[in-house]
Design a protein around this ligand. Structure first.
Ligand SMILES: [Fe+2]
Length: 188
């Protein structure tokens, strides 16, 4: 599944969206380092979700224009593991963003999972910037709001979304600490 996920993401992102592809490479690498924060048998699912989480940015997938949902719809239609599909649709607190865009109903068709796995995916995504550069969760949140604009749905969703992202990040750090693995520092 991991290799199929990598190939799918590469096909959809590498040429059209090289920056997004660099980010995806970084998130997949980060996900591999976070294996200690998820149950042992869920490592491959975490890495597959990391590869696929942003494929919804590809022009080939545009349906709603909201990339987590477009990625989820694409994967669901092609019969990917339902848990993986839902992780992609909900990554990084996506459900806090579409509320005022009328996507709540579509979003509700993807089961919301809150678990070590969903936390690790969000943490991996939130510690790698657009070009694959590593950064802290706090810096990444500020960077995304600047990038999307102060009046963007991303920025408007921050009241609910930012506490979710920070809490998920803290849970991952706690789990890594618990297994004796230091949290990965930015820049590494
Ligand atoms: Fe991402």
């Amino acid at each position: 599944m991991t290799e199929r996920a990598r190939k799918t993401a590469r096909k959809l992102l590498r040429k059209e969206l090289p920056e997004r592809w660099q980010h995806t490479l970084g998130v997949a690498r980060r996900a591999a380092e976070l294996a200690g924060a998820v149950p042992r048998d869920e490592g491959p699912l975490l890495i597959a979700a990391a590869w696929l989480h942003d494929i919804g940015y590809s022009s080939e997938l545009q349906l709603t224009g909201f990339h987590p949902i477009d990625g989820g719809l694409y994967l669901r239609e092609r019969g990917w593991d339902p848990r993986l599909v839902a992780l992609v649709a909900h990554h990084s607190g996506a459900r806090y963003v579409p509320v005022d865009r009328g996507f709540s109903e579509i979003m509700a068709t993807f089961p919301f999972e809150e678990s070590p796995l969903s936390d690790a995916l969000t943490y991996a995504d939130q510690t790698v910037g657009p070009n694959g550069v590593r950064m802290t969760v706090e810096y990444r949140i500020a960077e995304a709001i600047t990038r999307h604009g102060p009046n963007s749905p991303n920025a408007r969703a921050r009241v609910d979304r930012v506490p979710y992202l920070l809490a998920a990040a803290q849970r991952v750090r706690d789990r890594l600490h618990h297994v004796g693995q230091p949290a990965v520092r930015p820049g590494q």
